[in-house]
Ligand binder design. Structure first.
Ligand code: MN3
Length: 199
């Protein structure tokens, strides 16, 4: 069935100055597009082609013979999810049931934010920081390279790309500054709350 590259859910300049048009053009139109294209080329004609990409990711996770396909499938999915996790004039704090659950499971929003920042800052090399639901609990986690919580029985609610291509043009080596801006100015809590409500 193939997987389609979704358009960015906002204009290329919409996240400036936190994330520049230059970064979004490279990140979406080159990096994300390449993962999608390589995934489609690799899955075409195989028995996996009839499955939704989430099922492909879960089916081939941990299979060394499918590592290349997994990397492109998971990166295609992760980026589509990541774009929706941000919005212009985002950030701040969640409200409603999600806010209550964050307080209950982390102690406070500030403690959640500290854990999420630490996950992003301490992911050595390339990867992702996540807020996930596992069973009845919310957890902060991080994954290496393309890895994805779907393969661990966790439901992704929020993600932040900490590959250098996500921030290097705007922040150079200052990953913590990108992470601060992500939380304070970019997170689309409405999207996260919707994921929580459906989890
Ligand atoms: Mn990326």
């Amino acid at each position: 069935m193939g997987y389609e590259l979704p358009p960015l859910p906002y204009d290329y300049t919409a996240l400036e100055p936190s994330i520049s048009k230059n970064t979004l053009e490279f990140h979406h139109d080159k990096h994300h597009a390449a993962y999608v294209s390589k995934y489609n080329d690799a899955v075409k004609g195989t028995d996996l082609d009839s499955k939704p990409i989430e099922e492909v990711i879960k089916t081939i996770a941990g299979n060394p013979e499918k590592q290349g396909l997994f990397n492109n499938a998971a990166q295609a999915w992760n980026h589509s999810f990541y774009w929706q996790c941000m919005k212009p004039s985002g950030g701040g704090t969640p409200t409603g049931d999600l806010a209550k659950k964050i307080d209950a499971d982390f102690g406070s929003f500030e403690k959640f934010a500290a854990a999420f920042k630490a996950a992003g800052a301490t992911q050595f090399g390339s990867g992702w920081a996540w807020l996930v639901k596992e069973g009845d609990s919310l957890k902060v986690t991080k994954t290496l390279n393309a890895e994805n919580p779907l393969t661990r029985g966790q439901i992704p609610l929020l993600t932040m790309d900490v590959w250098e291509h996500a921030y290097y043009l705007d922040y150079q080596n200052k990953r913590p500054a990108y992470i601060d801006d992500f939380l304070s100015k970019l997170v689309n809590w409405d999207f996260v709350a919707k994921n929580f409500a459906n989890a």
